[in-house]
Each structure stands twice: as C-alpha cells, then as structure tokens.
Write a protein that binds this ligand. Structure first.
Ligand SMILES: Cc1ncc(COP(=O)(O)O)c(C=O)c1O
Length: 382
C-alpha cells in the first residue's frame, strides 16, 4: 500500500498553537525538573478534573498505562480478560504483558464497541476483567457493560485511548469504570507526541500505579531533588511521562473542547456530503452521546475488495485513508504464534468494510469537498 510522506490530505494533522510552544519552552528554560516536575502533577490534576475522577496518573504511553493498570489490579497468570479484537493491538497485548490471556468478544454494529451479550458468552471462572474500547471517539455501550461487570463481579477497565472528551449524558469516557486509560499519541484528540494516563477513583490503585510507574519506589518527594532515602517496595518500571511532555499536555488540554467542537463540525460536513452515497454507511452518532471523532470511519457496504479499491483510489489522489482496525485475532502473532482461532462474525464483517478518512481540526471546506467528491466519483464509476 502507498507509503508516502507528501499526502495532499494526510489522515490526521496535529492542532497546536503558540501556547504549546510557550509551555514547552518554559519547561526547558527552567533548566531543572525535565523528568519528574510540577507540570506532571498539574496535568494529572487537570485530567482527573476533566474526566470527573478523583485521581489521574500520567504514563509515557497509553500502552504502558494499560500494562500498569492490569498490574495494579493484580491481573496475572491464569486470569482471562475479555477484550475486543476490533481495536489497536495493545488493548489485547496488555493481558499478555502480565501473563493473563486476552479473550476476544465480538462487537455490536451501533458503536463498534464490545457487544455486552457476547461478553456474557465469553465469561468463564477465570475471567477477571472486561476491557472495552470507545472506538474512534464514539462511546461504546459502557452502561450495559458495567451492568454485566457488576452482575458477574468483574473489573471493568475502560480503554479510552481514542476518546478523551467523549461522553454519554455528559459523563465522560474513562470515568465509568474501575479505571480508564488514555493515550496522547500523535493521532489522538489531544497529543503530546507520545503519552498516556490512567484515571481512577480508587486511592489504592492510584498509589499502586505510582509505584509501578517509577521502579516500585515509594516516592515521598521528587526523587531527583531530594536526598531522602526512598525504599523500593515492589517491582516497577520506568513508565514516567517527562515534565516537558506534561507541559505540552496541559497546553493541549486547555483547548480540548475547542478541538472537539471543530472536529464535530468537520465530521458533520463530511457526513452531510457523503450521506447520499448508497455504497457506504457514514458514522453513527448514538443518542445522548458526545462523539469526538478521533477517527471518521465509513463502512463500504460491498465489503473488503471494494473497500480496498476505494482506499487505493484515494491514495492515488493524494488522500490518505486507512483501515482501523484489522482484527487482532487475525494478526500473524495471534494466529500463528499464539494459535488463536476464534469466531467473531461482526468483527470480521466490520473490519472488512471499515475505512477511516482524514479527520482533523484544520481540515478545510475545500479539502472536505475534495475527499467527498472522490468518494462519490468512485461509487459513480467515474
Ligand atoms: C484503543 C487503543 N488502545 C491503546 C492504544 C495505545 O496507546 P499508545 O499508542 O499511546 O501506546 C491506542 C493507540 O494507539 C488505541 O487506539
């Protein structure tokens, strides 16, 4: 497939402004605290406040946040975690990191999130947690999944990597469950290049996450500016976000609602222009939900061959489209090395039809027309 750096319209562009530069510059100019520092704590307080949880702990990626969350809950060998296969691979890999087994459940077609009914089918005596995602910024059926988790006495860990700011009836994704995971990777709604966080209401998990993040060290002060002896009380990692990164995170979080508003306007324009094309389905906007359009994903009804032809056509025209996601259970690693063999009919169908089109705040009216005209021309056989 096309490997270009000069797309006329890339899949995403980062929204940044002078405040981002100023915050990072200030952190650099301080000449101190480039590792742990005041911006880390400030960003954590701001994230918890934004989502409505008591605590937030930053990490150097969403993947390490997932890893740390499973460790903090003591999930390990012999345990099973129910995950979607229609996701980024680290949602599933996190269970493998801790010695547990990811068990794939199918998705439903309304939100492309985990199907609560199939989740129930996949529960065994070994199941410890349900780990759904909110696909592309669209809230999944999290209330229903929460009921399943409560009924079966399971943990609910929300992978909200793609959905910071998404909400149902005003309650934000990440805040529904025992803990929520965020990612600030470059293609997310706000970004620090790389970065992540866990949000939770549990003081116990908050303390455990801080230990896991930083070598298992019981930090009573800033390690780098204190002569105090600090004990290493458990096995830990270096999963820390740097203070320079956190400075950028604060500046990005300051404008998140503006960013989401522009994304929603662009998505609405795109949907309006694509809605007459019979060969595709435009993204659903479930009732009472705030969809943040981290991705704008259409479905090509005729399936994989036609979808791949559209992708190739768009690439030829300089428009970057991409398949998010090829199912995890069909990757070489899961099929050939781990010997997974599952039946996930809705996942298989949707992943054969899905195509993510460019979506970012600075997408212009002309660019939207260029994309939608090309999609229309493809289906008109032009
Ligand atoms: C659903 C989902 N989970 C986890 C991740 C991992 O986040 P990161 O890339 O920050 O490690 C991503 C992002 O790529 C994601 O989309």
């Amino acid at each position: 497939m096309a490997r270009k750096t000069d797309w006329k319209i890339p899949l995403f562009k980062i929204y940044w402004d002078e405040e981002d530069i100023r915050m990072v510059t200030d952190a650099i100019r301080r000449g101190m605290f480039w590792a742990s520092g005041p911006n880390v704590e400030k960003l954590e307080a701001r994230l918890a406040d934004y989502i409505g949880t008591k605590y937030a702990v930053t990490f150097n990626s969403g993947t390490s946040a997932l890893h740390a969350a499973l460790l903090a809950y003591g999930i390990g060998k012999g345990d099973e975690v129910i995950v979607p296969s229609f996701t980024f691979i680290s949602t599933a890999n996190a269970s493998l990191f801790v010695g547990a087994r990811p068990v794939f459940a199918d998705i439903e077609e309304q939100t492309f999130g985990l199907d609560p009914e199939d989740v129930v089918n996949k529960i065994t005596p070994k199941t410890k947690a349900i780990l759904p995602i909110h696909y592309g910024g669209c809230p999944c059926l999290i209330n229903e999944l929460k009921q399943v988790a409560e009924r079966h006495n399971l943990l609910l860990i929300e992978d909200a990597a793609e959905s910071l700011g998404a909400a149902i009836d005003g309650k934000k994704a990440g805040g529904y469950s025992d803990c929520g995971i965020l990612s600030f990777c470059a293609n997310k709604v706000i970004t620090t290049g790389e970065g992540g966080a866990v949000v939770t209401n549990s003081a116990d998990i908050f303390e455990k996450l801080k230990l896991i993040r930083s070598h298992g060290r019981a930090e009573t002060a800033n390690y780098f500016s204190s002569t105090e002896h600090m004990e290493y009380v458990t096995l830990g990692y270096n999963f820390r976000m740097s203070d320079i990164t956190a400075a950028l995170g604060i500046a990005q979080l300051n404008k998140i609602d503006k960013i989401i508003e522009i994304r929603q306007k662009n998505a609405a324009k795109m949907s309006q222009k694509l809605s007459g094309i019979l060969g595709i389905e435009i993204p659903h906007q479930p009732e009472n939900c705030r969809h943040v359009y981290q991705m704008y994903a259409i479905r090509v009804k005729q399936g994989q061959e036609r979808r791949d032809a559209l992708l190739a056509r768009l690439a030829k025209k300089g428009i970057m489209a991409k398949v998010y996601f090829h199912p995890v259970h069909l990757t070489h690693f899961y099929q050939n090395t781990l010997k997974y063999n599952c039946s996930l009919p809705v996942t298989d169908k949707v992943s054969g039809q899905i195509l993510t089109l460019p979506m970012y705040p600075s997408l212009t009216e002309d660019e939207i027309c260029y994309i939608t005209d090309e999609v229309a021309a493809f289906f008109n056989g032009e």
